[in-house]
Design a protein around this ligand. Sequence first.
Ligand code: ARG
Length: 460
Amino acid sequence: MTKLWGGRFTKAADKTVEGFTASLSFDRRLYKQDIQGSIAHARMLGRQGIISAEDAGAIVQGLTEILAEIEAGEFPFRQEFEDIHLNIERRLTEKIGLAGGRLHTARSRNDQVVTDVHLWVKTEITAIQALVSDMQGVLVDRATEHRDVIMPGYTHLQRAQPILLSHHLLAYFWMLERDHGRLTDSRRRADISPLGAGAMAGTTFPIDREFTATELGFASVYPNSMDAVSDRDFIIEFLAAAAICQMHLSRLCEELVNWSSTEFGFVEMDDSYATGSSIMPQKKNPDVAELVRGKTGRMYGNLMAVLTVLKGIPLTYHSDLQEDKQRLFDAVDTLKACLKVTAGMVATVKFNTARMAGAVRQDFSNATDLADYLAKQGMPFREAHAVVGKLVLYCIQEGKFLADCTLLEFQRFAARIGPDIYVAIAPETCVNLRTSAGGTAPAEVTKQLAMAEQILTNRI
Ligand code: ARG
């Protein structure tokens, strides 16, 4: 069958080349945006008197029918027509005849394709933001439920200081809050219309770019036609925001993998979010968390791929740019799936709160509090640090923890230690006294929870 662009060709494309250059298999996902963009363009052509009102009407009608055909699964997708744009245009001409051939007046596939992607990505960003909010809601719920559970906090994966489980969970709320903001930001840059840039230099027809932009819900138009057709920054920005969000999910999943090991024993995955081993009958594996962590590799890959595609492209459109779509689609699908599954996993995971609370009695995570106790009595903190260091060493040699020392033992290291030391280094005290802004004290965590809830409420 003749190509739409076949005029200057004397030979048909090699079959292998046809398969190689075609993007239909993946860009058919853009059908709705493509039709939306074409309808806006046709209306504009009619309004401006570039084509007759009658032709514009026939085009809009034909495109509306094509949309229904595609949604009913009745559209004849044909790879020999390369991509979704040419497939729809060809079908339009089959349906309405010559008028269909007027649709592409004052337009190029170069402004057409990227208009479609702008529209598509805007919708998807909004959908992803809703999933981010859902995930944040789950964290708030679990933090509320376990507000007062004490557990060890870590640095260097070594027991550091006692914290509240709710404080730990809310740390992820704030990471996701920044993700939400980055997505809003990247959506703003996607919210600009390239339509009317033509192939790259603009057009000789008296088009109205503001009209099509408004019809399509764009906030503004690209001021430079060359930039309009070759800009893919908005995709890269989204991919970067998506990669960062995925990295946050991955860190959370890494914690859950660790915590579900016998060594930690802090959580147990719900049976509905775990799998077994084909050989070891006792196993319950945190595969969901592992897979979310693993998929971070492809999310970074998607970002790197598109950055690399762009780096060597002079102005303006080059077919290299066709390589943006699969990476973008994969990023959207992957991030959505990971957000959904991680939210479900966190919503159902069982926190072994007794084990967490017990852990802080079997470690030296109250050592800072002992040093603080001495510092508050006037000993320079650096000296207090050294005293407690010696005391910890003594305890390790004796095979006990700080709270196991007698008052006499304490006083051998620092005479000013009194009987109130036992309360001062109890895990509850360690947590309750960390009342500095953003600290782990229950009062501060309650403030955080209120802020988090407020953010989510304002979003609805
Ligand atoms: N399939 C192409 C893409 O995805 C559409 C634009 C093609 N433009 C062109 N001049 N060949 O980028």
